[in-house]
Design a protein around this ligand. Structure first.
Ligand SMILES: Nc1ncnc2c1ncn2[C@@H]1O[C@H](COP(=O)(O)OP(=O)(O)OP(=O)(O)O)[C@@H](O)[C@H]1O
Ligand SMILES: [Mg+2]
Length: 357
């Protein structure tokens, strides 16, 4: 992909004796769109604040472009932050808001004027110079907050749930805008969200966090299709996670039936967790299925039908464009490539996580 721009090395952080981040290691490539994704309280904002210099780690280092910046003040770092609440100055115009940081740096009036124009064009709000922030919609205010950050020409933009306060439609528009903006600016974005769809839509690289640990990192496709554990699988989307037995390489017993798969190296007759996405279960005639079951619930979801299928005392979630009415006896088939095998959690922490799944 590219070279490392920011590296977090062995970062530890505790508040009042409670560990929040425990030996966190993370590398962020230059010019990538990286998202920290995880449930509330998992340490996303803390991680971002450590990168931004607003918070000091108890242990570990923050490396920026090869240099240790762990002790460097926020304003000396080549990055800018956009927060969830736009924090615009309401007594100033849009232009004055954007100019604020540049005036502190004693830039010339002409330079500032050009920058304001450039930034407003980038965020699609040309001509808004003299408006007051209060006269703008939430989405427009957030764009101004972004414009204010980018006129400083940071190498990295840190964004902490910047779309959290917006309604769904506006959020989707802004997701697209942010992606475009990142391409146009050619800088690194580090984005924090607890919304998995947002993360999947925008990112080049997703870092899934839980309880201060990185659970998995990778491309959106990898995270979605090849979750490494039950927490990631469950957090990233509706999934069927079934405790099963790996009989040998490429053969797994799920709910008493043998399924071919493509995974190897899990050992023989070993317990594993299997993830099957709802859209990857194929409902066929009973005699053609590897397992049989009965449809117990059906909901129309617009693009597809969502069905519960009971088999061997388990409910499986199935998404399909083909309708099978409640009460229908069905066969269940899964393509070997769509069976994802994961190790059964070992540590107590992981066990606790999988119990909540
Ligand atoms: N200044 C602080 N003093 C004490 N505890 C803190 C402080 N900042 C954060 N914490 C705690 O650290 C944990 C992680 O907080 P953090 O803000 O990093 O979570 P988050 O992943 O950003 O969550 P959210 O999605 O809700 O914003 C939480 O339990 C929080 O209460
Ligand atoms: Mg947060």
């Amino acid at each position: 992909m590219g070279k490392d721009l920011i590296t977090l090395k062995n970062i530890c952080k505790a508040y009042d004796g409670t560990t929040i981040l425990d030996d966190l290691n993370l590398s962020i490539y230059e010019n990538s769109f990286v998202t920290l994704l995880g449930p509330s309280g998992c340490g996303k904002t803390t991680t971002l604040r450590i990168i931004g210099g607003f918070e000091k780690p108890d242990k570990g280092q923050v490396i920026f472009d090869g240099q240790d910046i762990t002790d460097l003040a926020p304003n000396k770092r080549q990055l800018n932050t956009v927060f969830q609440k736009y924090a615009l100055f309401t007594h100033m115009s849009v232009a004055e808001n954007i100019a604020f940081g540049l005036k502190i740096k004693n830039k010339s009036d002409n330079y500032i004027k050009d920058k304001i124009k450039y930034a407003l064009k980038l965020v699609n709000l040309e001509g808004y110079e003299n408006r007051s922030p209060e006269s703008l919609s939430g989405g427009q205010q957030q764009r101004i907050a972004i414009a204010r950050a980018i006129v400083n020409e940071p190498k990295v933009l840190l964004l902490d749930e910047p779309l959290g306060a917006l309604d769904l439609k506006m959020r989707q528009d802004m997701q697209y805008e942010l992606k475009r903006l990142k391409e146009e600016l050619g800088i690194t974005f580090i984005y924090v969200t607890h919304d998995q769809e947002e993360a999947l839509t925008m990112s080049d690289h997703i870092v899934v966090m839980n309880q201060g640990y990185i659970q998995q990192e990778g491309s959106p496709e990898t995270i979605y299709n090849e979750p490494e554990n039950a927490f990631v699988a469950d957090f990233i989307g509706d999934s069927n996670i079934i405790r099963s037995t790996m009989i040998r390489d490429e053969l797994v017993e799920i709910l008493g039936a043998k399924f071919s798969c493509v995974d190897k190296g899990f050992g023989n007759n070993k317990p594993v967790d299997v993830v099957i996405r709802p859209e990857d279960i194929e409902l066929v005639a009973p005699e053609d299925g590897t397992l049989t079951g009965v449809v117990t619930d059906l909901t129309f979801k617009g693009v597809h039908y969502e069905m519960d299928v009971e088999t061997c005392g388990r409910e499986l979630l199935v998404h399909s464009t083909k309708l099978s009415a409640v009460g229908t006896k069905v066969g269940i088939k899964v393509d070997p490539f769509n069976i994802q095998i994961m190790n059964v959690p070992v540590s107590e922490d992981e066990e606790a996580i999988s119990e909540t799944v």
